[in-house]
Design a protein. Structure first.
Length: 176
């Protein structure tokens, strides 16, 4: 009886090991392929369908007239972001001193770079959620209440907006 019970348990163990391994790819991962998403189009849609300030502008480092200023702005507010290998980057910021929102969307080439993007975004949130000489109390409160960082694969979003939960839902829907 003990032998039959041991044999049955051994067979069950072997079957569970085989079934656990059956979904893996040759490289040992079981992740689904990353879905291609046009972050520029998504950002444009968000700025048109959600209440962001009229002062929210796309940071375009290639702009003929303002490119150098935009690059400096980007490196000041998101230090290290442009040092990473990125497939896509869409940053929208308020061009007035009191921030009435912000949107940053990035697709990194690697998971390690996506993790670094999250750290950079978290540093941005941390800098805006503490009172100091460059942050107005209302702005700090808004960032504390209405900012989120989310990721899907190598795609990372930082959003600061009154309806950030709805924007996060739309971002997540892009990948489902």
């Amino acid at each position: 009886m003990k032998k039959m019970l041991c044999a049955a348990m051994a067979a069950a163990l072997c079957l569970s090991l085989l079934s656990a391994c059956s979904g893996n790819k040759a490289d040992g991962t079981s992740q689904a392929p990353e879905k291609d998403v046009d972050l520029a189009a998504f950002a444009q849609t968000l700025t048109e369908t959600h209440e962001f300030s009229g002062f929210l502008e796309r940071i375009d480092t290639e702009d003929e007239n303002m490119g150098e200023y935009m690059a400096d702005l980007l490196s000041n507010y998101y230090p290290g972001l442009t040092d990473l290998e990125l497939k896509q980057m869409e940053i929208y910021m308020s061009m007035i001193s009191f921030s009435s929102g912000e949107l940053a969307l990035v697709e990194a080439k690697t998971g390690d770079d996506a993790a670094k993007v999250q750290e950079i975004f978290q540093s941005r949130v941390d800098s805006k959620t503490t009172e100091g000489p460059n942050n107005y109390p209302e702005e700090v409160e808004m960032w504390q209440r209405s900012s989120k960082i989310v990721s899907n694969g190598n795609n990372v979003m930082l959003v600061c907006a009154e309806d950030c939960d709805a924007i996060v839902s739309e971002f997540n829907a892009l990948f489902s």
